[in-house]
Write a protein that binds this ligand. Structure first.
Ligand SMILES: Nc1ncnc2c1ncn2[C@@H]1O[C@H](COP(=O)(O)OP(=O)(O)OP(=O)(O)O)[C@@H](O)[C@H]1O
Ligand SMILES: Cc1ncsc1CCO
Ligand SMILES: [Mg+2]
Length: 267
């Protein structure tokens, strides 16, 4: 079913009621922001990356979020253990290919992880999705050099080849499964002035995937909530420091009518 304000709100209510445990293997930059965003939306985050325990931890979690932002061999070992176990147990995996395309190491690790256990959902910016799809895309470290429109074809291609949902974030967020597309035009450019808002979108996607096994819907619901909360935060104060705090408050205080009044979604 195509996402609607009602289907978004059903999932928000489910997250608040169930407080699903979300296992995050993520980067040092955003561990705090993303844990706080998950708490604010109603989920229960844990940031756990030691290879000695990630397989056990994913077994008690409702979804796994893997983010390659500050990679090293120890992180990669933890990711592999967790992703293998998540596949065995049928837990949804959400993957954020931060900075893929920037270095051969990131490209190699991403390819290895995707081959090992295909995720249910991948969320990246345009440069990252184009690089993952095998295009020789330019990236400026962890920031995109392209608008999200430029990566739509690559996202369809990647979705078909891995059989997963692919999200390209940007001024318009595209949620893509095979030939199916949802385009969400919420959010604000100031969101790019706070580090890890994309990583936050990915972490929230983990919470929605934990309560909704239609992963196309789950991904779209997460991006809609992200964009709506971002807009509400910017309306309170137009500067990055406040945005970071006001965004958490907006997530926590979000109502069904905030979504119904603001959602800008198209097929
Ligand atoms: N120009 C824009 N207008 C409106 N919203 C935007 C714009 N750019 C980004 N956003 C919103 O900001 C959020 C983060 O997306 P972005 O594409 O900046 O992620 P990212 O580049 O992966 O970020 P990071 O790597 O810092 O986590 C998304 O929810 C997106 O909708
Ligand atoms: C800034 C930064 N560097 C590595 S990961 C990260 C968080 C945003 O992607
Ligand atoms: Mg990113």
């Amino acid at each position: 079913m195509f996402p609607t304000p009602q289907s978004i709100w059903t999932d928000v209510t489910q997250i608040r009621a169930q407080a699903p445990l979300i296992h995050n293997i993520t980067n040092f930059v955003v561990m705090n922001n993303t844990a706080n965003a998950l708490l604010a939306v109603g989920a229960s985050p844990a940031m756990v990356h030691a290879p000695e325990e990630t397989a056990d931890f994913v077994a008690i979690s409702s979804a796994l979020v893997v983010n390659i932002g500050t990679l090293d061999e120890n992180f990669v070992a933890g990711m592999k253990q967790a992703m293998r176990r998540a596949k065995d147990l049928g837990k949804p995996i959400v993957f954020d290919p931060v900075g893929v395309g920037a270095t051969p190491y990131r490209n190699r690790v991403s390819a290895e992880l995707l081959t090992l256990s295909a995720p249910e959902i991948i969320r990246g910016n345009a440069s990252e999705i184009m690089a993952l799809a095998g295009l020789d895309a330019q990236t400026k470290g962890v920031d995109s050099l392209f608008g999200s429109d430029a990566a739509v074809d690559a996202a369809h291609q990647l979705s078909r080849s891995l059989g997963c949902v692919v999200v390209v974030s940007g001024a318009t967020d595209y949620i893509i499964r095979g030939e199916q597309t949802a385009a969400i035009a919420n959010g604000h450019p100031l969101m790019t002035r706070v580090t890890g808002m994309g990583c936050t979108a990915t972490a929230l996607t983990g919470a929605f995937a934990a309560v909704n096994a239609d992963y196309f819907q789950a991904a779209a619901h997460a991006m809609a909530v992200m964009g709506v909360a971002g807009e509400m935060a910017v309306e309170k104060q137009t500067a990055p420091g406040s945005l970071q705090v006001n965004f958490l408050d907006a997530l926590y205080q979000l109502t069904a009518s905030d979504i119904a009044d603001r959602l800008k979604i198209n097929e």
